[in-house]
Design a protein around this ligand. Structure first.
Ligand code: NDP
Ligand code: PYC
Length: 338
């Protein structure tokens, strides 16, 4: 018996839907989340694929997430739309809000979507990628729970605070990057703990601020570290501010305080900006787009890869052959149905 099992993408989708509806989520929320979970597994982003069902259902069991929340849209200005997720998960709020965001960006050249009061556990690339597919450049930012110490400190202040960026490319897959401003996503450290492996140096510290490679110590008693030292620290602060106080929502410290020690999904806001390139060009948008392509080519010509290349290759494989899930994870997910 191998330690993985093969599943088609349809089977992953059906499994996610069954688990989510079994835990009480409305069909609209379950569909929106299942799509994101399939996308994560399909693109081999394992920390934000099927594994997330474990955390997501734990938060549902805690009873904090509203299973039937109906996101409420407020048109704040010509360029700003806000969606109150009403303490449901974020995915449905994004699906609804992004339609307004795209329409505003196409009308004004630039637009912002603020999502408030959402439980947030997903990767950001599906969001910015979908905006690039509609011809827009985009930037998405969100805090999480205070798990990450500032550079030079030892106590958690920041969330793992991801930022994702996309740039539309004519006739091809967009340029997309999406990473935590911590050295690595917390989900990745959780996967190391599950498989009993030590984490690489530089990812975390213990309660006394000393370096450690033990994932459990970092997760339970210590703190994660930012990427790039003080630079990651400053970017993480920017994300706290823009996707927190700027949009009237919680910082990662406040999200963690709201959770207490429940270990639930972070609850806060998210900020997404969209740019329509046609409004910014000085007259020849096609020539500008061609210059962007030259930039990408000067990266790839020397053997360096673009972010998302690995993901797009994984996607092609998964679309052709389905995905491999660790057997232990599959059993843990099936147990959620009992
Ligand atoms: P990584 O450190 O693995 O960085 C991921 C990004 O860097 C991807 O765009 C990846 O592209 C790109 N990349 C990786 N290696 C290279 C390379 N050698 N050359 C060029 N580009 C490269 O990810 P993280 O652990 O920081 O984050 C993982 C995910 O976790 C993200 O999707 C993020 O949104 C999510 N997350 C979500 C949070 C939330 O609160 N909702 C909190 C924190 C993280 P590729 O995919 O092709 O490898
Ligand atoms: O992996 O750091 C993470 C994370 C936090 C919230 C969702 N994912």
């Amino acid at each position: 018996m191998t330690d993985t099992i093969s599943l088609s993408l349809d089977a992953v989708h059906a499994l996610a839907l069954r688990v989510l509806t079994h835990h009480g989520l409305s069909a609209a929320h379950a569909q929106a989340i299942a799509r994101i979970i399939v996308a994560g597994e399909r693109d081999e982003c394992h920390s934000h694929g099927v594994f997330r069902l474990l955390m997501c259902t734990r938060s549902l069991r805690d009873g904090k997430v509203s299973c039937h929340a109906e996101p409420r849209v407020t048109d704040r200005s010509a360029a700003v739309v806000a969606v109150d997720a009403q303490y449901g998960f974020s995915q449905l709020a994004f699906e609804i809000g992004s339609q307004h965001l795209v329409e505003k960006a196409r009308r004004n050249g630039i637009a912002a979507l603020a999502i408030n009061n959402c439980f947030h556990f997903s990767a950001l690339w599906p969001e910015v990628e979908s905006l690039a597919e509609q011809g827009l450049a985009a930037l998405a930012l969100t805090p999480s729970h205070a798990w990450v110490a500032p550079a030079g400190g030892s106590r958690p202040v920041f969330g793992t605070n991801p930022m994702a960026f996309s740039w539309p490319r004519p006739g091809g897959q967009p340029y997309v990057f999406d990473f935590a401003t911590s050295a690595v996503a917390r989900g990745e450290i959780e996967l190391y703990r599950r498989s009993g492996r030590a984490i690489p140096p530089g990812w975390g510290i213990d309660a006394a601020g000393a370096a450690t490679t033990d994932p459990a110590t970092v997760l339970q008693h210590g703190a994660m570290l930012t990427f790039g030292g003080y630079k990651g620290s400053a970017l993480s602060t920017m994300i706290e501010l823009l996707a927190g106080p700027l949009i009237g929502d919680l910082t990662s410290i406040e999200s963690k305080a709201l959770d207490g020690d429940a270990g639930g999904t972070p609850c806060h806001g998210e900020l997404i900006l969209a740019f329509d390139p046609a409004f910014f060009s000085q007259g020849d948008a096609q020539a500008d787009q061609a210059r962007a392509e030259q930039l990408f080519q000067s990266i790839t010509d020397q053997g360096a890869r673009l972010p998302s290349q690995r993901r797009f290759e994984a996607r092609a494989r998964s679309l052709a052959r389905g995905v491999q899930i660790p057997r232990a994870l599959h059993e843990d997910v099936l147990a959620l149905l009992r």
